[in-house]
Design a protein around this ligand. Structure first.
Ligand code: ADP
Ligand code: ZN
Length: 603
């Protein structure tokens, strides 16, 4: 590894060491080699092309599909003193012309462009006249027709290789399944590129899955209580749910904001800006939110409803803890979610094959939720990555679930479904089993059935769990055309006939609610002593104000980790401050005095 790459890492970016394979990738690309880089979200892909861009002669052209991300990345680069610019539809003609002038004059190290602009004849001939050092193709999976982010223009990017065969190319993605990888290689003509495949494990994220307990947002509030003053995302299934959950969180005194595609575009943009500039915001959102959000200090991602697939879930939870700090991914789900999602899929306008695929993905996710095995192992298997299990940082590893012999309960549940004509949902079936004389029971004369009241030994929570696990195990099907009525499948027969035994996962007991002093829990959440916490909070206030003034995301000024380090070191002068990781020379010039002043005022 040449000294210069490490110099740049220290001096410009203020980092102490390369992470994972960054050093090898930088060396390979800076030396003129092509590369395909597969790294999880938060792995540190940007540096893999930004440092070669600075090391090589000429400008690096970065192809990026997301306008918002482009702006934030360019802003972050400018803050550390790198000559970066972007070209996309948000620039007016004069601003675009200025960028083009800089490009031709050789005054740019990196130029970010959207693929459709890159491919215009005009832009390609502009590139003919510029000195090019590197092509970086970000979000390379957009070339895949089977992914969610397919961008047809990506398929024409081979033109870069054809016209500039001597300029190295680096393609990067966080989507790692084998078919997508093959498609990227083939479609971008990267057969000769060196592949760098990182582990997709995110060891700093703790995975927890719990069944819905019927107590509304109570369980969610317990999760949020572990993260006072921290930012996070709560994903909900529908716009209506987003509005309702955001409102409940606000009532509970949290800074929660809604975000979904049905909102006024300006309000939505304003909420996103606040999430990026202020601390401690809880964004309650549909999956419309998150793509192109680079915020490194998201401490929790909570799903209050079942997502659509494990792949999507992993991508969404991956937005937590990009900075490598301890983070939490929490998911709560119920059988009602399964019914709603199946309905959405079946009533959607996708073709038959696609629908079958989506239904299978939903089943796989349900299986994951009910599993008693290490969550991390199950998630990584999805990416073809073997993990020994026992990760020590997921619910199943931290408190191994108990199981019980559910054969008898399963038989009762299945015969309740059968005897009532396979036309009823879980609520009524539970009433029948527990012997509740409801109106519906009387109307259909279900009190006369042999199964009426045979299940009084289990409570609602336990019965709900039995039904859920029967669905997850494929013994029971949900009939979405009949409002979530349960039906038996072939697999139920041997159980009913007493030829098969079943084991169920026991429900974890709800943890006791803890009321804690807010300040004490904040100190604990950020792992700081009381005096450092005061300095940290004061620095965060300064950062939020500075970010608002410049209209940039807060992390572009300084990361939480950097502010923490400053708060703990309590530096007395610029020299001390400059030694703290995360503070390069440009940031020191720009903000050094202000930070010292802030520390002085907080003392
Ligand atoms: P990705 O694009 O792979 O999701 P990023 O390039 O945005 O990841 O990097 C994720 C975070 O990790 C960023 O906040 C970045 O500043 C930080 N980071 C990347 N490389 C290093 C490193 N070598 N040392 C410290 N922090 C790093
Ligand atoms: Zn585990």
């Amino acid at each position: 590894m040449s000294d210069t790459a490490l110099d740049l890492l220290h001096r410009i970016f203020g980092h102490t060491a390369f992470r994972g394979e960054q050093a090898q990738i930088v060396e390979h690309v800076a030396g003129g080699g092509d590369a395909l880089v597969l790294m999880p979200t938060g792995g540190g892909k940007s540096l893999c092309y930004q440092i070669p861009a600075l090391l090589r002669d000429g400008v690096a052209i970065v192809v990026s599909p997301l306008i918002a991300l482009m702006q934030d990345q360019v802003e972050a680069l400018r803050q550390v003193g790198v000559r970066a610019a972007f070209l996309n539809s948000t620039l007016d003609a004069a601003a675009a012309a200025a960028v083009e002038r800089d490009l031709l004059a050789g005054d740019l190290d990196l130029l970010y462009v959207a693929p459709e602009r890159l491919l215009t004849g005009r832009f390609l001939s502009l590139l003919e006249r510029a000195k090019l050092g590197l092509f970086a193709i970000d979000e390379a999976h957009c070339v895949s027709q089977w992914g969610h982010d397919f961008r047809p223009e990506y398929r024409q990017l081979t033109v870069l290789h054809e016209r500039w065969p001597d300029v190295p190319r680096i393609a990067l993605t966080a989507t790692a399944d084998a078919p997508t990888r093959r498609e990227i290689v083939e479609r971008l003509a990267l057969e000769d590129a060196k592949q760098f495949v990182s582990s997709f494990d995110r060891p700093n994220i703790r995975y927890t899955v719990v069944p819905k307990d019927g107590a509304g947002t109570r369980a969610l509030l317990d999760v949020l209580a572990r993260h006072p003053g921290q930012s996070g995302i709560v994903y909900a299934m529908s716009r209506k749910r987003v509005e309702a959950v955001a409102e409940q969180l606000c009532k509970a005194g949290l800074k929660a904001l809604p975000y979904h595609a049905g909102m006024d575009a300006q309000v939505r943009a304003a909420n996103q800006r606040r999430f990026l500039q202020e601390d401690g915001i809880v964004m309650v959102a549909t999956i419309a939110f998150g793509m192109g959000i680079d915020k490194p200090d998201v401490r929790f991602v909570a799903h209050v409803d079942l997502p659509k697939s494990i792949e999507g879930y992993y991508q969404e939870t991956g937005r937590a803890g990009r900075d490598g700090g301890p983070s939490e991914a929490w998911l709560s789900y119920g059988l009602g979610d399964v019914v709603s999602l199946r309905q959405m899929i079946e009533q959607g306008d996708a073709g038959g094959e696609r629908k079958q695929l989506e239904l299978r993905k939903l089943d796989a996710l349900l299986g994951y939720c009910e599993s008693t095995d290490c969550r991390r192992q199950a998630l990584l298997r999805l990416f073809g990555e073997a993990h020994a299990g026992a990760c020590g940082n997921c619910d199943n590893c931290l408190s191994p679930p108990q199981s019980w012999d559910g054969t008898d309960a399963a038989r009762k549940a299945l015969s309740a479904i059968y005897r009532t004509g396979q036309r009823f949902g879980v609520g009524h079936l539970m009433d029948v089993l527990r012997g509740a004389k409801t109106e519906k029971v009387q109307q259909f004369r279900h009190g006369e059935l042999a199964v009426f009241g045979v299940g009084a030994d289990l409570d609602d929570r336990q019965w709900r769990s039995v039904f859920r696990q029967l669905v997850a195990g494929g013994y029971v099907d949900v009939d979405v055309e009949h409002f979530g009525a349960l039906r038996l499948t072939e697999a139920a027969r041997p159980v009913l006939r007493g030829e098969a035994t079943l084991r169920f996962r026991s429900e974890p007991k709800a943890p006791p609610r803890m009321r804690r002093d807010r300040r004490a829990s904040e100190a604990e959440a950020f792992d700081l002593d009381p005096a450092s916490l005061v300095r940290f909070q004061s620095l965060r206030e300064w950062r939020a104000q500075t970010a608002r003034e410049q209209n940039v995301p807060a992390y572009v000024i300084f990361h939480d980790a950097t502010l923490r380090a400053i708060a703990e070191a309590d530096p007395a002068d610029l020299e001390d401050l400059g030694r703290i990781p995360g503070i390069g020379s440009s940031k020191l010039d720009r903000y050094g005095e202000a930070v010292l002043q802030q520390l002085f005022d907080a003392a």
